[in-house]
Write a protein that binds this ligand. Sequence first.
Ligand code: ZN
Length: 171
Amino acid sequence: MKRRPVLHYPDERLRIATRPVDDREFGTTELSELVAEMTATMRALKGIGIAATQIGVNKALAVIELDDGPMAIANPTVRNAAKRLEVQEEGCLSVPGVFGLVNRAATLTLIARTIDGKPFRIKADGLFARVIQHETDHLNGRLFIDRCHEVTDGVAEAKRLGLSIPPLQPI
Ligand code: ZN
């Protein structure tokens, strides 16, 4: 399956708040081909999630792949985000070489549609909840570096990009 070039920060197209996938698009070959290309691109770059915005497509669509094969989520919204936060290291295919700590809600409910348009809701915690928040952020034009409070790896690259995030201090 064809791979697509991934946009890198500071490309302004990463800042677009996406349009929802339209009712007429659900169940079409075009949409499933787009998901296949996103999946192939994500796997080639060893990512665990990719948003349509990252390949320059203005649609509220993302693919997440942890242990159970790829899962496409269209028009996702996050509900019931827990007040309890967890901090973990994140990276992003659009900010290659930079990793840092990000606080995310520990648990949430994802409400979304399949690429056939079927609505679903799913409770998520741990890494799954984190990736959902990272990808839905993308679809709203937000990147993990906007929320990152400490860079854990790639300090030189972060500086080169002009990011004003402090490096993690050695204890
Ligand atoms: Zn990302």
